[in-house]
Design a protein around this ligand. Structure first.
Ligand code: NIG
Ligand code: FE
Length: 412
């Protein structure tokens, strides 16, 4: 057995004696249990004990002094697209010059631009660049990650992307969940016969994806100009027959009905929700689907931010994720996502931290093992520089405050 003891922790954040594995909702999100002047003991890859320094064990195989820094549970980023062939900064400049995201997509840019580039890229090249992004997000404190396909848009290229994600799973020090997003856009060659693409997706892609065990979830971009509610319903019901649960893109561009069709199909989460009003909130209250907000996307595209306060005040469990992708959120920096949630969506720091840790773990069905500092959970945590308070982390936006990462009970 190998043990690691961290002493002199100024604040042990989300010290969860209840070992929660369910989402924290509504007003409860503002209650972030913390212990000041604390220690944390890991044994092998799990958390074995924590508490106040008065009760600190004498020794362990390896010892670390947090020197007054704080310890947080690693971020659980439940929505990313980190497998892609190339960045799209030329579209960023087009948007600065005045084009909208939808105008760029309508011209064959956007997701179709990424698909063209990905189709021309080898599996090895895709793996190498995605692996670097995985290391990059681990650097900013991420300790569990979901990754989507959706830049393939053909049988062969969707499988290629999912195989890259499978390789990432095998080498990654953090858990990775894979989501099949063949319904991300309609490929240009199917523009005038979209039902043929949907048939290909349901009759050929889904069976192959399921037979090879390549995906944990199925996603659809249910929004204006992408997939309709009826198409989404059909794809999600077909995926369910293969045991794939839904996690969908909804209401980014309009009140699209995406939230409602997601809830009706018992989706694990509906993500984006920039366009969310009373009807969407009512639908969410009627089921267990988690509302996931992606403030990096709203920030980068200059679209409205999701209504975090209304969701929390309705008693819902908000999730925060990065949406790291080349088109609408080219960053997987979760501390910045937490800052944006506070600054632009008026989430309290405690609410944002819960949303980006335990609630994110729930949105990947990983909360038995991740998302809070609890005895028996995996020891994935990070140590910050000395900070005066928990609120300092979102306050000092863009400041690199994370000094060390512990993954599976070992310094990474
Ligand atoms: O979550 N909205 C759909 N999909 C991605 C963006 C995809 C892209 O532009 O490449 C998103 O924002
Ligand atoms: Fe996305």
């Amino acid at each position: 057995m190998a043990s690691l003891l961290i002493r002199n922790i100024h604040t042990l954040v989300f010290a969860d004696t209840a070992c929660r594995n369910t989402p924290v909702r509504g007003a409860e999100m503002a209650q972030l249990p913390c212990i000041s002047n604390a220690y944390l003991l890991c044994e092998n890859d799990r958390i074995a004990a924590f508490g106040s320094m008065d009760q600190c064990p004498e020794r362990a195989d390896e010892e670390l002094d947090a020197e007054g820094g704080m310890v947080f549970p690693s971020w659980c980023d439940s929505h990313t697209h980190i497998v892609f062939a190339a960045p799209r900064e030329e579209e960023f400049v087009d948007r600065i010059r005045g084009l909208s995201y939808e105008e760029i997509a309508a011209r064959g840019g956007g997701i179709l631009n990424s698909a063209r580039k990905l189709q021309a890229c080898s599996e090895d090249e895709l793996f190498e660049s995605a692996y670097l992004r995985l290391l990059e997000v681990i650097g900013t404190g991420t300790g569990a990650l979901e990754i989507k396909s959706g830049y393939g848009l053909s049988l062969e290229s969707e499988l290629k992307m999912l195989r890259v994600i499978r390789r990432l799973k095998t080498v990654s020090p953090i858990p990775v969940k894979a989501t099949f997003l063949g319904a991300h856009a309609i490929p240009s060659e199917y523009k005038s016969r979209r039902e043929d693409y949907i048939r290909l997706l349901v009759d050929e892609m889904l069976p192959k994806v399921a037979a090879e065990g390549l995906a944990d979830y199925c996603d659809v971009f249910c929004d204006r100009g992408f997939y309709t509610v009826e198409e989404t319903d059909y794809i999600l019901k077909s995926a369910a027959q293969y045991g794939l649960k839904a996690k969908i893109h909804a209401n980014e561009l309009d009140y699209s009905g995406g939230v409602q069709v997601g809830v009706a199909n018992q989706a694990i989460s509906v993500d984006h929700l920039e366009y969310t009003g009373p009807a969407e909130i009512e639908a969410l209250l009627s089921g267990n689907t988690l509302p996931t907000l992606l403030p990096g996307c709203a920030f980068f595209l200059g679209i409205p931010f999701g209504p975090a306060r209304e969701l929390i005040e309705a008693g819902l469990p908000v999730v925060l994720a990065s949406d790291y992708n080349p088109g609408s959120s080219p960053s997987g920096n979760m501390p910045f996502v937490v800052s944006l949630a506070c600054i632009k969506m008026r989430m309290l720091p405690e609410e944002a931290i819960v949303a980006a840790t335990l609630n994110g773990a729930c949105a990947m069905e990983l909360a038995n093992d991740y998302g809070s500092i609890a005895v028996g959970k995996k020891a994935n945590v990070f140590i910050t520089r000395p900070m005066p308070s928990v609120a300092y982390l979102p306050y000092a936006f863009g400041t690199p405050l994370i000094e060390q990462r512990i993954l599976n009970g070992k310094v990474f």
